[in-house]
Design a protein around this ligand. Structure first.
Ligand code: HEM
Length: 416
């Protein structure tokens, strides 16, 4: 999807298809969302196969849908690729539960992923980022979007306790779960891709837990931590641990790379912003927040109305599916003045909803923020400038906004 929108255009809201994959591959959804926020903040669409969903596009409505579980439940699934089918993980996976069960499932993980807890991994992550960037420093054409797919695995793999030999396969499987229509990842049909990848991923984590239980090995990894915690006095079952591991793999793998690529693209297009950040690295944390807002890698999440709910000037009937378009909310002019301008000094950039809101607020946000901060610190320190070395290609997905290719070259900074 284009992150810098083209000129405003006429949009027929009666016929607009928000699940049109071309819109996100070669198209430009921002002018459509701009019109929706202004004229139809609650929008209803029926797909050709009869499935229907409501959309909210304003920041405040996106926040309400994602954070109020009494009105909008997560228990029937939260990913729009599952619209109208039973999400196999619904009601069990952390992402697909409401409080109080959600609180119980999330608590044991949360303590290991706070900003303070992840701080101890900073130097390890920095080493990983430096090695990751080395081929680009050596002057090779570097396909950032393709390479960055592996970046979260390099960071979270060791934290989870997953051996390096398995990372590539897991990255492929997580990409299949979230972008089952993209030709890079599709096997047969969209439904087959989803079914295969979900099954394989879950089996992988289940086997990991079983084998470690049998071997009785101890280490510092997150999965081992989960094997030892006892929320409410009872240990987690192997199935619960497997589902937590699955959530983390998915959450980490499919988002951070696209924030990296989209933010780098924005900086190459705007050398003044690049120079500003390079001459004052204390701006990097705000650059990261603006990059998160700008890219909105998790383009949306879904909920189901638990009762009739009035929102955006209309009513979503009980049981209706509602898609909260984070990508649109993050460009809401009432919250972010001049929203289609990428500005690393933007005041209030951190109010973005890229990590969601409320009880399901991204549990990996501190780790993602730290990884992104380290990435941009190292990038700006090592390169005087970057250039495009080919066309960007966008992910064929209406759920994850991202890129599959972004070839770049870098001019190495001369050290004094
Ligand atoms: C730029 C990077 C990231 C973005 C944009 C992002 C985005 C999001 C969003 C929007 C949600 C809310 C989902 C909802 O409301 O239903 C979420 C939840 C979640 N994220 Fe992230 N995420 C990122 C990185 C990570 C990382 C690094 C991890 C793992 C370490 C992770 C793991 C999770 C998990 C497990 C949840 C579910 C939390 C819950 O249901 O309570 N994410 N993420």
């Amino acid at each position: 999807m284009r992150l810098t929108p083209g000129p405003p255009r006429d949009v027929d809201l009666a016929t607009v298809d928000l699940f049109d994959l071309d819109l996100y591959t070669d198209g430009d959804p921002h002018p459509i969302w701009d019109v929706m926020r202004a004229q139809a903040p609650l929008h209803h669409q029926v797909l050709p196969d009869g499935r229907e969903f409501w959309s909210v596009t304003r920041y405040e409505d996106v926040r309400r849908v994602l954070s109020d579980h009494r009105e909008f439940t997560s228990e029937r699934g939260t990913v729009p690729t599952h619209l109208g089918t039973d999400d196999p993980a619904a009601g069990v996976l952390m992402t697909s539960t409401d409080p109080p069960r959600h609180t119980e499932v999330r608590r044991p993980l949360g303590s290991k992923l706070t900003a303070r807890a992840v701080q101890s991994w900073e130097e390890k992550i920095r080493g990983t980022v430096v090695r990751f960037l080395q081929p680009a420093v050596d002057g090779q054409v570097f396909d950032l979007a393709e390479k960055a797919l592996l970046l979260p695995a390099l960071v979270t793999g060791p934290l989870l306790g997953i051996p390096e030999k398995d990372w590539e396969e897991l990255v492929q499987l997580t990409a299949m779960v979230t972008a089952p229509s993209d030709p890079h990842f599709q096997i047969g049909s969209e439904a087959a891709t989803l079914a295969i990848s979900h099954h394989e991923l879950l089996n992988y984590v289940r086997d990991w837990v079983k084998n470690h239980r049998v071997a009785g090995e101890e280490d510092e990894s997150l999965l081992h931590h989960l094997m030892s915690v006892r929320p409410g006095g009872e240990p987690l079952s192997d199935e619960e641990i497997a589902l937590d591991g699955y959530s983390i793999l998915l959450g980490a793998n499919v988002t951070t790379p696209h924030t990296v690529s989209g933010t780098v693209e924005a900086l190459i297009e705007r050398p003044v912003q690049w120079d500003k950040a390079a001459s004052d690295l204390s701006l990097v944390p705000n650059l990261v927040e603006e990059g998160l807002r700008w890219t909105s890698a998790a383009c949306n999440f879904m909920r189901y109305a638990a009762k009739d709910v009035e929102i955006g000037g209309g009513t979503i009937p009980a049981g209706g599916a509602v898609v909260a378009w984070i990508g649109s909310g993050n460009r809401d002019e009432s919250m972010f003045p001049d929203p289609h301008t990428f500005d690393i000094t933007r005041a209030g950039a951190k109010r973005h909803g890229a990590f969601g809101f409320g009880t399901h607020f991204c549990i990996g946000a501190p780790l993602a923020r730290m990884t992104l901060r380290i990435f941009f610190e190292e990038l700006l320190t090592r390169f005087e400038s970057l250039e495009f070395a080919g066309e960007a290609q966008h992910l064929r997905s209406y759920f994850i906004a991202g890129m599959t290719h972004l070839p770049i070259t870098g001019k190495k900074r001369q050290t004094p």
